[in-house]
Design a protein around this ligand. Structure first.
Ligand SMILES: C[S@@+](CC[C@H](N)C(=O)[O-])C[C@H]1O[C@@H](n2cnc3c(N)ncnc32)[C@H](O)[C@@H]1O
Length: 733
């Protein structure tokens, strides 16, 4: 049982380490981007704590096979539950309303002839190299040698309303910091020269034109002063922005290797580089596109920003060279005879799109492209980064840079090979040791096994709140949407519209022109979806899932939100499903260093809710005062500290939200009326929160344990007769 065998310090340590570099711990996630993936280690720990009567720490690194168990996930997303349960030998049924989620998890689970895939990927790169390789070549101005362009840096330009000349919207003139690079690199806003300076804050005058940095012409807060006539220019102006190529980061391994540059150099574009841009425009203009989607960008909470910038169609988010490379890639893939490989490469194309668009930004410290989904939105920057679509092989045959075919196909191959040889990472002091879990594997068919082994995985593309004909399950493990935190459909449409053109005809899941669905359970102002809509959907889903659960089996899910009101739907849903919450356990599930978390008040801690229709709850968790809750939280803060996590005020708030929710369910279970309206049921929960003293009473009771914590992330049912004898430290329900 999770309530007994889940050990907070152990699981927190595993989950926290995993979230630092999730691809190293769960390479399978590299199949394709999905948002807010929960740590695989957390779900492995939950499954094992439930399925075997052993404390998790003693069980985690062992091999398991629960072939008789059937697990359900109604919100599969990127497939964390599917992967972990399948790997443990369980039968799995999982659903998601978003066709992209369905497709991605299917790709994770399907077997693939890896050598044949690698051969096809190499052929595709060879074809692209012959067709458009030249467009990614450049010349080193220092040595005159040919080199590969790694990243092209583009600045947004705007026509001045007063003088009619083009003005560059540079937010500042720094291109690279001397952190990973050997020096700070600046662009001169006047003559376009690139130069180095030891002072990162003050570049000094350009050594070529002798002009100082154009600080007063820099763009900030939607305004800039025209370089030519000093007129104030406001942006965005509702027209699709133009871009000007102003710098190239290129790779020449032999150049300056002695200075620790690792072959990385910067240059301003020369005439040949600009000709390559023209050539791409000409070739695209003369070709009839078969795969470039012409879809309009619909209105939405996240797409609003794109509309403000004048973007009306998705294709406007790409430059000509990107569109040319993508169109040629699609043509080649669509003709590939083997269906599985064709679908794998189509998945790769969809994932590649993240880096092949003009919303990618350049990280001046890490010196790499920040893909379109590096935050959960469509950020429009002023400097955009175009990656070499082919990808570059470095001296050790490893990919250099990011965002090209080589990068995407290599990580895909690594992800698929993890399926036949999954491992865990054990921390031994400061050392991280890869522990193969022999005997475990991921997929529907075990590649190359004799006799062939098969596992049941039933993936449903559909709305879980209306789903019918489900089998009986031994457990539900899920990670529901966190009310409005991520607009899955709005974001994923960016990839979907391309993937649909490539593979859609063969799959009914791709019938709709968009992944948007009125049944999607996210708060969305533009689509008129509020907390009540969310409550109804979660409630229906939990009710259906709970009805298929064997008595006493868990429905367990992760959740976090900065606002207590976002927990009301979860409490309503659990009570509507006739369940009791027998545990609310904290576990780190986000990465503090994530761009959308670091430096904010956001929490990295999820509450794992464990709910059952009958069972036992540890007596010490049933408290009736804010002080009692504060004592539980203190213990949990300590347990997290053992794992190396210093809880912030935001984290403590989320932990407290979890306990308040759990206690509201415990106290309301015997008087709960499903027959009253959703608004009234939500009101009952809110009233209970208030009667308990609310969040503030718990935070006050925590005293300095709350007030002394840092405020921001700073990392990079009714009672039933019990059949089993009651334990003295537990209460049955
Ligand atoms: C938080 S994500 C799950 C993340 C996933 N567990 C992982 O770690 O990758 C929530 C998922 O719920 C899906 N979803 C939203 N409304 C749904 C509905 N009515 N039925 C089924 N899935 C839904 C979203 O498409 C999204 O993929």
């Amino acid at each position: 049982m999770i309530e007994r065998h889940f050990q907070i310090p152990f699981v927190a340590r595993m989950a926290m380490s995993e979230k630092q570099i999730q691809q190293n711990y769960r390479p399978l996630i590299a199949i394709h981007k999905w948002f807010a993936r929960r740590p695989g280690s957390l779900f492995r720990a939950l499954l094992l704590s439930e399925l075997e009567d052993v404390p998790i720490e003693q069980n985690y690194f062992k091999t398991h096979n629960f072939s008789e168990k059937h697990i359900f996930d109604p919100f599969m997303g990127g497939g964390t539950t599917v992967m972990e349960a399948n790997r443990l030998g369980c039968m799995v049924t999982a659903a998601d309303i978003n066709p992209m989620a369905w497709w991605i998890v299917r790709q994770e689970i399907l077997d693939l002839d890896l050598p044949a895939y690698a051969k096809a990927a190499a052929e595709l790169r060879q074809y692209l190299s012959e067709e458009i390789g030249q467009l990614f070549e450049t010349r080193c101005p220092k040595t005159g040698k040919a080199a590969s362009a790694k990243y092209f840096l583009w600045v947004k330009t705007i026509k001045c309303g007063a003088c009619g000349k083009n003005h560059d919207l540079f937010p500042n003139y720094l291109i690279a910091q001397d952190v990973r690079h050997t020096s700070n690199v600046f662009v001169c806003g006047s003559c376009g020269n690139l130069f180095e300076s030891v002072d990162r804050k003050n570049s000094g005058a350009c050594p070529k034109c002798r002009k100082s940095a154009l600080i007063k012409h820099a763009a900030r807060r939607n305004s800039s002063r025209c370089l030519h006539c000093d007129n104030e220019i406001r942006y965005p102006n509702g027209c699709v922005p133009d871009h000007r190529l102003f710098a190239i980061e290129y790779y020449l391994p032999e150049a300056h290797a002695d200075k620790g540059r690792k072959g990385r150099l910067f240059k301003a574009p020369d005439a040949e580089d600009l000709l390559n841009v023209e050539e791409a425009i000409k070739r695209l203009r003369t070709m009839r596109s078969q795969f470039i989607p012409d879809d309009v960008i619909p209105k939405g909470d996240e797409t609003e920003r794109l509309h403000r910038w004048g973007y009306q169609r998705y294709r406007e988010l790409f430059n000509a060279r990107q569109l040319l490379g993508l169109e040629l890639s699609c043509r080649w893939i669509s003709k590939y005879p083997d269906e599985k490989i064709r679908e794998a490469l189509s998945t790769n194309l969809s994932d590649l799109l993240r880096y092949q668009n003009m919303l990618c930004r350049y990280d001046v410290m890490a010196l790499k492209s920040l893909d379109i989904f590096s935050v959960h939105g469509f950020p429009v920057g002023l400097i955009q980064c175009e990656s070499n679509i082919l990808g570059i092989k470095g001296t050790k045959c490893l990919p250099v840079g990011s965002g090209g075919w080589l990068n995407i196909t290599e990580k895909f191959a690594k992800a698929k090979s993890y399926c036949s040889r999954p491992f865990e990472i054990r921390h031994e002091g400061k050392r991280k040791v890869e522990v193969p879990i022999a005997g475990e594997w991921i997929g529907t068919h075990r590649n190359g096994s004799h006799p062939p082994e098969h596992r049941e995985v039933n993936l449903i593309c559909g709305d879980s709140s209306v789903i019918k004909e489900l089998s009986k399950f031994d457990a539900v493990f899920t990670d529901p949407p966190y009310f409005g935190n991520v607009q899955y459909a709005e974001l994923m449409d960016f990839c979907y519209i391309w993937l649909r053109k490539l593979v859609g005809a063969a799959h009914p899941a791709f019938a709709s022109p968009s992944t948007r669905n009125s049944g999607e359970l996210t708060g969305n102002i533009n689509m008129g979806r509020d907390l009540t809509h969310f409550t109804d959907g979660i409630s229906e889903t939990f009710r259906r899932a709970a009805a298929r659960l064997k008595p006493g089996s868990p429905l367990s899910f992760t959740y976090h939100h900065n606002k207590i009101d976002a927990y009301v739907p979860m409490a309503v849903a659990i009570l509507d499903a006739g369940l009791v919450c027998s545990a609310s356990l904290p576990c780190p599930a986000e990465m503090g260093a994530s761009i959308h978390i670091n430096g904010t008040r956001s929490s990295v801690i999820d509450t794992v809710f464990v709910c059952r229709n009958t069972g036992h709850v540890p007596r010490k968790w049933i408290v009736d005062t804010p002080e009692g809750v504060a004592d539980i939280i203190r213990e949990e803060i300590e347990a997290l500290a053992v794992a190396g996590l210093k809880a912030t005020q935001g984290d403590i708030r989320c932990i407290a939200h979890g306990h308040l929710t759990r206690l509201s369910i415990w106290n309301l279970r015997s008087i709960w009326k499903r027959s009253i309206s959703t608004t009234e049921r939500m009101g009952v929960i809110r009233e209970w929160f208030i009667s308990f003293g609310g969040l503030e009473s718990i935070l006050n009771a925590l005293e300095t344990d709350f007030s002394g914590a840092t405020w921001k992330q700073d990392w990079m049912t009714t009672g039933m007769v019990c059949e089993t004898p009651e334990m003295p430290d537990e209460i049955s329900f």
